[in-house]
Ligand binder design. Sequence first.
Ligand code: KIV
Ligand code: ZN
Length: 515
Amino acid sequence: MERIIIFDTTLRDGEQAPGCSMTLEEKVRVAQQLERLNVDVIEAGFPIASPGDFESVRQVSRSVSKPTVAALARCVEADIDRAGEALEGAEKGRIHVFLATSKIHREHKLKKGRAEIIKLATDGIRRALSYRTDVEFSPEDASRTEPEFLREVVEAAIDAGATTINIPDTVGYAVPAQFAELIEMLISKVGNIERAVISVHCHDDLGMAVANSLAAVKAGARQVECTVNGLGERAGNCSLEEVVMGIATRRDFFGVETDINTRQIMNASRLVSTVTGVQVPPNKAVVGRNAFAHEAGVHQDGILKKKSTYEIMRPEDIGLASGHLVLGKHSGRHAFRTRLEELGIHLDERHLDHAFDEFKRLADKKKEIYDEDIEALVREEVEEVPEIFKLVGLHTTSGMDVTPTATVSVDVAEEGVKTDAAIGDGPIDAVYRAIDRITGIRCELRDYSIHAITGGKDAMGEVALEIASNGFSERGRAARTDIIEASALAYVAAVNRLVKRMRNGAQPEEKLHGM
Ligand code: KIV
Ligand code: ZN
């Protein structure tokens, strides 16, 4: 059976989405999980865009050995040189150059004619080849490019040496039948097409990214670009888990396969949701909480008689243990460690001890502990937040007809415990004002979200937030059964990161968005 190359761009296109930024350490963890998932290519960043993206490509290149690591570049010398440099440590590296080809982009964004576009693209590909033999070219906005011109660009790109030609539906405009026709046209009309792999990269603006990618596969595309949980610019990209399970579940129709270890899908989905703070909707195909939940009586009856009456995929195929309940009050350290490993979380002894203590504390408050609870617990361990400020005391009052008030105590490194109080619009506002008074750093709260990690009144609430001060922004996250405590801990974690970056002399980051 022919194999489809899975090119994951969670760390590049996914991370480009608002509110999805990841720290370097988080990107490396995601890359290692993508390696366990067995993706073929990891696009780790756009090195010229920011020092953070450059470092991401560099570190990911050194942290994984099996997948190819790709770096994005415009067809501009400085971009390509930076991508080549970032990939130096990669065993298998790919430079992915792109240039818009559609009339609207040529005339309004690039202000260049067709001949100039072909020259820029081919010069870019040749320069990329001076660094790596594996070069991918993307004619950006391909689905809105005049088909005859697209054919000409693709042929020239392959002649120049591109080994993968990626056809992006940059603005999510394509529909499956038409997109499949475009791929068929390229396969039949591009004279040298057999010298390159055809790839597709679909966005989800009309909710058709997965359908368009699958239609392209049926038409002959052999690489799919996708992201975990479908993250990405605007409405996102083709979702990895959906396209992979689509190909696996309907092998009868597509007649192709991927090398993905589908049992690692749930771990990848949870990890990406954790590090980005973007929740997976409960009804999301494949990885949503309800994807395998059967509510209707008639369905439950069928499932009990024969699972395949209403189940087209088995939960265990995506790494979902049957039944979510994992551990309780009486579980020991060994069971805790085993479950962590099953979840793809590897802690050293020191972090394991601390996480186990937290687990026991939680088990005293919460009867049933689920995978999601365990992940939230160890998240704070793995994140390695510097502890310049440590929350040691918290008291709030609020209610109807009461001015919300908070008294907060923070242990400040080398200064000792400081206590201050503030009033606010609500108890959380009051807590944040009191923390600002203690730290002496006035922070703007840019984003704040809270969700219950599991169902039940005793569920832990997880707070994810972003703060900004002096041109820097940082994120923080914490989960507790007390949501005000979680809010305070998340805020202090973000302040600690902010201070660490400022002390390290980092420059406020301006990321390049003009593509
Ligand atoms: O959507 C797009 O066109 C892209 C390209 C850089 C491949 O992300
Ligand atoms: Zn894209």
